[in-house]
Design a protein around this ligand. Structure first.
Ligand SMILES: Cc1cc2nc3c(=O)[nH]c(=O)nc-3n(C[C@H](O)[C@H](O)[C@H](O)COP(=O)(O)OP(=O)(O)OC[C@H]3O[C@@H](n4cnc5c(N)ncnc54)[C@H](O)[C@@H]3O)c2cc1C
Length: 392
């Protein structure tokens, strides 16, 4: 009988397993892919805070201190901060490094194994796992669903609720004409309706580009347009796709994110930020909260949903406030048409507003910049009075 069985060796699953193995609990991680981190479904942009939170660093290919915002009707803005705001990392390397921390502490990693389902047992849960040599069963006191946006654990536990899901499509390209240390962002109905597109330089001539949108719009079609029209084509003239990336980005914390003997972490629990789609940092926060609640349950030897319920409160306290402000910002953004977006971009270019963004812009805490922008230019509230109210 295991103390904990974690499904998924993404950042949130491996961090949970790392914590629990370090605390002395017998822990297994089941990962369906043979190689942790592959295939990559990420643009690999994190804040420096993420490494601080993890407690160690990994190689960085670029430090970002600026952004170019390409909007509808030729609107454009160039931001330049005085400090590093984001790091471009090798995402598969990050995932492997966290999984290694877990195995170094004694967790057992079963890669190439897929979780198929579970049933209750008298002592806990029995999970059915598909291995290359057939089906196996693992009994555990706690099952942790860290199996990403389409979490099967959440579905099997009856924890799936309706939520907004973005489809993302991207590629590593050669011949990207971005600027070192600058992210390119694209907004507007033509190229990236209802979310945004990105271009991230990774080396002298290489970059990661992509966009996400809400189905039924197909991101692939918009992605194709990147090469032919609009601002990005200027950056992509003659660029060649080296490797394609795609995936889903769900928004909305699952409530509850726990059931008897079960907790969800990361994207499975709805940790992605509605402003940027980033979910690595917030997924790590959920992993730490989950581990604390699981350790407490082990101390009490009680794994019922009531004992696990403080998890929801910890999520709210540590990241929920920011995620909820992120929804307000997202809804305000969704209410805008291209003309309004272009007008807003021109207002954001006013020196005092621009400098507020350059100072307070933070990928993990977008609400800080939203607040400082509204303070610098209150007339922006006219674009979505009710939705932006939490920021004033
Ligand atoms: C195109 C794209 C770009 C992104 N860019 C960024 C970015 O730049 N920065 C950022 O912070 N976030 C980004 N994100 C979001 C980020 O990738 C996720 O929020 C993050 O990966 C969530 O981590 P996780 O551990 O919860 O889940 P995941 O990283 O999705 O890990 C889940 C793991 O579970 C495994 N799994 C799933 N089902 C099973 C099963 N049945 N059995 C066994 N294993 C299973 C999967 O193989 C996977 O390894 C991006 C997302 C997309 C789609």
């Amino acid at each position: 009988m295991l103390d904990a069985l974690v499904i998924g060796a993404g950042p949130s699953g491996s961090r949970t397993a790392w914590n629990l193995a370090k605390a002395g609990y017998s822990t297994s991680i089941v990962e369906e892919h043979e190689i942790v981190g592959e295939p990559c479904q990420c643009a690999g942009l994190i804040t420096p805070r993420t490494f601080e939170y993890l407690g160690y660093r990994r190689p960085v290919s670029q430090e970002m201190n600026g952004a170019r915002l390409w909007g509808p009707k030729e609107s454009f803005l160039n931001f330049q901060a005085n400090e590093t705001k984001a790091l471009v990392i090798d995402r598969p390397d990050l995932d492997r490094s966290i999984a290694e921390k877990a195995t170094d502490c004694g967790a057992d990693l079963k890669s190439g194994h897929r979780y198929l389902g579970h049933r209750k047992s008298s002592n806990g849960i029995i999970a059915t796992i598909q291995s290359k040599s057939g089906k196996i069963e693992l009994e555990t006191k706690m099952l942790i669903g860290s199996d990403g946006p389409a979490s099967r654990v959440a579905r099997d536990a009856g924890l799936s609720s309706k939520r907004e899901v973005l489809a993302a499509f991207g590629a590593d390209v050669e011949g990207y004409q971005g600027i070192d240390n600058h992210v390119d962002l694209f907004v507007g109905s033509e190229l990236a309706p209802r979310f945004f597109g990105w271009g991230i330089p990774t080396g002298p001539n290489t970059g990661r580009i992509g966009m996400a949108t809400v189905l039924p719009d197909r991101p692939k079609n918009f992605f194709r347009d990147y090469f032919h029209k609009g601002a990005p084509s200027k950056l992509l003239g003659g660029a060649k796709i080296i490797n394609r990336v795609s995936g889903l980005i769900p928004f909305g914390i699952r409530e509850p994110s726990y059931a008897d003997n079960i907790l969800l972490t990361g994207d499975a629990a709805g940790m992605a930020k509605p402003t940027s789609g980033g979910g690595i940092y917030s997924g790590l926060i959920s992993a730490d909260a989950a581990s604390e609640v699981i350790e407490n349950a082990h101390q009490k030897e009680k794994f019922d949903s009531k004992t696990l319920s403080p998890y929801q409160g910890l999520l709210k306290e540590r990241i929920g406030g920011e995620l909820s402000k992120g929804y307000h910002l997202r809804r305000a953004f969704l209410s805008l048409n291209d003309d309004q977006l272009a007008e807003i971009i021109s207002i954001l270019g006013e020196p005092k507003v621009k400098s507020a963004i350059e100072k307070t812009g933070d990928l993990d805490y977008a609400s800080l910049a939203a607040f400082s922008v509204l303070k610098a230019q209150p007339k922006l509230i006219k674009f979505a009075p009710l939705l932006l109210k939490p920021f004033i």
